[in-house]
Design a protein around this ligand. Structure first.
Ligand code: FAD
Length: 607
């Protein structure tokens, strides 16, 4: 094979798809063919900053956006009250259909083979990976290997005082690989995460809960806009109360977290219910989202109630929540500990520094979340393919993509707790919006042979239309009477003299529907047959012009440091002005540019 992908999770699926689309012969080895693209935790894609990542994956020709569109049961654009840099699409997904559609998509690619087995070791010659060894005793050779083992490496599940080996509820953990990697020099760490119980929807009294609906006009994650969500399923909101907290607290002495049976770090921003009760003692109640798992199942995901307390406690506490008095549980919540490899051991291409042609992607790198895993999988698949073709790797800068921010953070700073993406991690978030990922990334992806020509042509057409519409606003004068009527209707003072329409559109109270009341604007839209996406993109470019230009200027300034490359074999030791700590860090991370060096924690401007 050209590429062996170990693991059929979100990272592995994107790796296989990217490799296959780039013409590489791929083998996907996964422990259970039935759980390809399984959503281990909540049945939802996107959300703040994560939605932007899916749009980026889609802009490049990855699968996560299309699969989400095909299988969502509810769509929401989050943060609509804030500026467009903060808008983030989120979907409630049909868990079973999501996995099914991913499998069908991969099966539709001729150059992907599948094999159900556990990879227990790597074949390595002269510091280069040359294949994998499996539990069933197979030796399979390949030019490159991508490890995407998720939470499975020596995974240990905890429920109350019980604990047992497992990679996910009902699945085995993966053994062998971690030990071999450690022996050949990789540093290994332990992390933990948790998930809430799943309940029987037939036992829920929804009349005692608040209904939470999706957007009236649902949009898509994929720029191809191939699927329209015609019907949506509601979620519901309920709350814990003091009786629930009391019930849970009674079992704290059985908690694996509080009793020190789990020492690994978990995601701070996704705390368990027991964590929330302890950390926010003053809060009388916590919000719980009752989320359907799909169109055709009555199973419900209890979002906000992640726990590893004994299953009996979980059950009894749930029954104290209004609406859940008669609840039946399908599966208890649990916590899981697993091995990960600190990502400072990788280069920006996601290839390991220790073993050539070996790539790591997803939760194995200390991240958490489907979107974070999927985008790494895509980049690893792309870069394994490019390396086989002896081409330079694809590396996104921090001002080009959230994917660039994520990988640069991991490689440069490492992570000691599960890393998830936030908009605040991106310095240039006004540039990295969910609406323009296609304009930012599709051309690059097309040039390396991943995005198809149809996708590229579409983006070019959109870009041309937006440019000409923006030019129209910048260059066309308005009719004074017509504009003053519009201004008055939104409580603005009339303007004394004529000017260009962009100045009117830039005003905060002037919305798209208002500007379309100008006859020449509506005529331009009609004669050029502009669609909603073009109208929205133009609006953002005009209204946020100042912010966008300022951020671009800042990014250009930083680019100068980005352009100063540091040779990989640069010797820091003779530099007398560097502190011992700085030398140690620079030798460990081996930054490839002066800019990356400046982002390493502990490296000072004087260094
Ligand atoms: P996974 O989706 O875990 O997939 C790994 C794949 O590799 C599986 O198919 C497995 O069978 C296969 N595999 C493993 N080892 C081998 C081997 N040796 N040989 C062959 N195949 C192998 N994310 C959030 O964002 N928020 C949360 O609250 C959250 N909670 C979670 C709670 C739990 C209990 C779990 C398990 C995960 C949670 N996650 C959460 C994380 C989310 O599920 C992962 O980030 C995401 O699934 C990682 O994708 P991945 O592709 O890296 O790995």
């Amino acid at each position: 094979y050209d590429i062996i992908i170990v693991g059929g999770g979100h990272a592995g699926c994107e790796s296989a798809l990217a490799g296959a689309k780039m013409g590489k012969k791929c083998l996907l080895v996964t422990m259970n063919m039935q759980t390809i693209a399984q959503m281990s935790c909540n049945p939802a894609m996107g959300g703040i900053a994560k939605g932007q990542i899916i749009r980026e994956i889609d802009a490049m020709g990855g699968g996560s956006g299309i699969i989400t569109d095909k299988t969502m049961i509810q769509y929401k654009m989050l943060n609509k009250s804030k500026g467009p840099a903060m808008w983030s699409p989120r979907a409630q997904s049909d868990r079973m259909r999501f996995a099914e559609e991913w499998r069908l998509m991969l099966e539709g690619k001729e150059n992907i083979d599948f094999w159900q087995d556990m990879v227990t070791g790597l074949a390595i010659k002269n510091n280069q990976v040359v294949g994998v060894k499996t539990m069933m005793g197979l030796n399979i050779s390949s030019k490159t290997v991508i490890l995407t083992n998720g939470t499975f490496l020596n995974g240990k599940i905890h429920i109350g005082e019980k604990n047992f080996m497992g990679g996910r509820s009902g699945e085995r953990s993966s053994v062998g690989l971690s030990g071999q990697l450690q022996k050949i020099g990789f540093t290994l760490g332990r992390m933990k995460t948790g998930t809430p119980p799943r309940i029987d929807g037939r036992s829920v009294d929804y009349s005692k809960m608040e209904e939470d609906n999706g957007d009236l006009i649902p949009k898509n994650f994929s720029y191809l806009n191939e699927y329209t969500l015609k019907e949506q399923k509601p979620c519901f909101i309920c709350h814990t109360n003091e009786r629930v907290h009391e019930m849970l607290s009674k079992s704290f002495e059985k908690s694996p977290m509080f009793q020190g049976r789990i020492t690994a770090k978990g995601p701070r921003y996704c705390p368990s219910i027991e964590d929330k009760i302890t950390r926010f003692k003053e809060k009388e109640r916590h919000q719980i989202f009752i989320e359907p798992e799909g169109w055709n199942t009555c199973e419900i995901y209890v979002n906000g109630f992640s726990t590893s307390l004994p299953e009996k406690t979980q059950y009894e506490a749930l029954r104290l929540i209004p609406g859940l008095e008669k609840v039946k549980m399908f599966r208890p919540g649990y916590a899981i500990e697993y091995d990960y490899f600190p990502p400072t051991q990788l280069t920006h291409s996601l290839e390991t520094r220790i073993v050539k042609n070996l790539y790591f992607a997803g939760q194995i790198n200390g991240t958490t979340g489907y979107e974070e895993a999927a985008c790494q999988g895509l980049i690893a698949g792309v870069n394994a393919s490019l390396s086989i073709d002896k081409k330079d790797p694809l590396i996104f800068k921090r001002n080009e993509a959230y994917i660039g921010v994520l990988i640069d953070d991991l490689i440069t700073k490492g992570t000691e707790e599960p890393y998830r993406m936030f908009t605040s991690r991106a310095e240039y978030r006004t540039l990295l919006r969910q609406d323009n990922a296609d304009i930012r990334l599709t051309e690059k992806s097309f040039k390396i042979g991943l995005a198809k020509e149809e996708r590229y042509t579409r983006v070019q057409e959109k870009q041309d239309q937006v440019e000409s519409f923006v030019k129209f606003f910048n260059e066309t004068s308005f009719d004074l009477d017509e504009v003053n009527k519009i201004l008055e209707s939104v409580s603005y003072e009339p303007v004394p003299q004529k000017g260009k329409i962009d100045k009117i559109y830039a005003r905060p109270n002037i919305k798209q529907k208002d500007i379309r009341r100008i006859t020449s604007v509506e005529k331009f839209i009609e004669s050029n047959k502009l669609d909603q996406e073009v109208l929205d993109q133009t609006e953002i470019q005009i209204k946020y012009k100042g912010y966008i230009e300022k951020e671009k200027a800042n990014a250009d300034k930083l680019q100068r440091l980005e352009d100063i490359k540091i040779p990989d074999n640069f010797d820091y030791n003779p530099l007398a002005s560097l502190s011992h700590e700085a030398k140690e860090k620079l030798n460990k991370i081996r930054p490839s540019t002066l800019s990356q060096a400046s982002r390493i924690s502990g490296i000072k401007p004087s260094d």
